[in-house]
Design a protein around this ligand. Structure first.
Ligand code: HEM
Length: 422
């Protein structure tokens, strides 16, 4: 395509994007359409109030886009588990491998990646997580103040996944930068500049992966990329390699950071529960992680397409119609949980939350994310029990992904060092 052709294409893309944004703002602010508000500032600041409004209209409500939005736990869980729902066959999220695929390709590729993410495999990485977290906290404690997101919650999952994939230390910074650009697009493209950055990041990341594949073909190691390359040709085709690595690199980037950050926000807003965690960090950290995943999940919604007509929550969903499963709403469904709006780390009962979805696309990295967050919270409680907020929280400019962009903290007094009397 020549320069003029490219310019025309860019202009058409830009006008489409801005028209869509204007229509969204009109529907959300002028007509107070809840699904539009969810994608605007009100949804960013407090999606739970929007979910309550939606829920009042029923468990499954039609959207302006011609699909449905589901607020009930029962409905969301059913959609995510039901094989009559799936990904749009033609949708394939560019470069996102099996996340965007239906069986049988989904099954084949997921099976290949699975061994690296089992709870047993994850247990092997705990020492590495602890080392990274301790190093980051040492710096924070020495400085007395830090930004939780950029100084702790962000770098930890990035260090872990680059390590698992076997990305050389010298390139880890580049991988992280490109991965962050691609991870940030999970929420949609915000502007023409954003689209351009994304395309450039994709191309650079592809180049880096191609180079790494060459290296590992020559000299395999005990890392995920070497294992995938060993299966190349049989279980995975060469053109499926880069999307698979993209997915594994990026899926944990913009999610685990928010799990840790949302947990700290919730705990500091509920000081009695922070004190309880500080009194028993090892015992309570995993429970805190589960309650945060339910109460303020990092991924607020996903969607499926009906692959055939399905009856759902008393409505007929037509083939090809989209159902948006509102994970954040399902996790606070009063029909599923007692006092669903209460953050309670001692909570018992209720079904498993949907923060990692359900069914065949259930998050492959759940054990890794849980372990990273538990290590992070345990160490924070042990090392910085006097943690306090020291400035305003700025939220991410995203609505599918929920979490703070900045969370300034002070570490307060240093943790007392246990004195051995023996
Ligand atoms: C708190 C952190 C995380 C959350 C909340 C989260 C959430 C989710 C959700 C909701 C899905 C399902 C998406 C859908 O069905 O539309 C998913 C899928 C997935 N996640 Fe995670 N995730 C997290 C961390 C991770 C990590 C650390 C990894 C791995 C490095 C990972 C890898 C994946 C993969 C590969 C899929 C696709 C699974 C499939 O399609 O079969 N995730 N995640």
């Amino acid at each position: 395509m020549n320069r003029l052709g490219r310019l025309r294409l860019a202009a058409r893309f830009a006008s489409g994007l801005y028209r869509e944004r204007a229509a969204l703002a009109w529907a959300g602010y002028r007509h107070r359409d809840p699904m539009s508000r969810l994608r605007l500032r009100p949804g960013r600041e407090n999606p739970y109030a929007v979910y309550d409004r939606l829920r009042a209209a029923g468990p499954l409500v039609p959207t302006r886009a011609g699909g449905w939005a589901c607020t009930s736990y029962r409905g969301c869980d059913a959609v995510l588990r039901d094989r009559r729902f799936g990904r749009h066959p033609a949708e394939d999220r560019p470069g996102m491998s099996f996340l965007g695929l239906n069986p049988p390709d989904h099954t084949r590729l997921r099976r290949l990646a699975l061994p690296a993410f089992t709870p047993k495999a994850v247990a092997r990485y705990t020492a590495r997580m602890e080392r990274t977290a301790v190093g980051l906290l040492d710096e924070a404690v020495a400085a007395g103040r830090f930004d939780l997101v950029s100084g702790f919650a962000g770098p930890l999952p990035i260090a872990v996944i680059t390590d698992l994939l076997g990305i050389p230390d010298s390139r880890a910074g580049d991988f992280a930068r490109y991965g962050r650009a691609i991870g940030g697009s999970l929420d949609g493209i915000k502007s023409v500049r954003h689209a351009r950055q994304l395309l450039a990041a994709r191309a650079d990341l592809r180049q880096l992966f191609d180079h790494l594949f060459e290296l590992r073909r020559r000299e395999p190691r005990d890392d995920i990329i070497s294992h995938l390359l060993a299966a190349e040709g049989e279980q995975i085709s060469p053109r499926e390699m880069v999307p698979m690595c993209n997915l594994l690199l990026v899926a944990g980037f913009e999610t685990t950071v928010n799990l840790i950050s949302n947990a700290v926000l919730a705990l500091l807003a509920h000081p009695d529960q922070w004190r309880a965690l500080c009194a028993d960090p090892e015992g309570l950290a995993p429970q805190v992680v589960e309650e945060v995943l339910r109460w303020d999940p990092p991924v607020q919604r996903t969607s499926r397409i009906a692959l055939e007509p399905v009856e759902l929550e008393g409505h007929q969903v037509r083939e090809g119609q989209q159902v948006i499963t509102l994970i954040g709403a399902a996790n606070r469904d009063p029909a599923a949980y007692q006092d669903p709006g209460t953050f309670d780390i001692t909570r018992t009962g209720g079904p498993p939350h949907l923060a990692f979805a359900s069914g065949i696309h259930y998050c492959l990295g759940h054990a890794l994310a849980r372990a990273e967050a538990a290590v992070a919270l345990r160490l924070l409680a042990e090392r910085t029990p006097h943690l306090t907020r020291s400035g305003p929280v700025r939220r991410r400019n995203t609505t599918i992904i929920r979490g703070p962009l900045h969370l300034p903290l002070t570490t307060g007094h240093p943790a007392p060092v246990p004195v051995s009397t023996g």
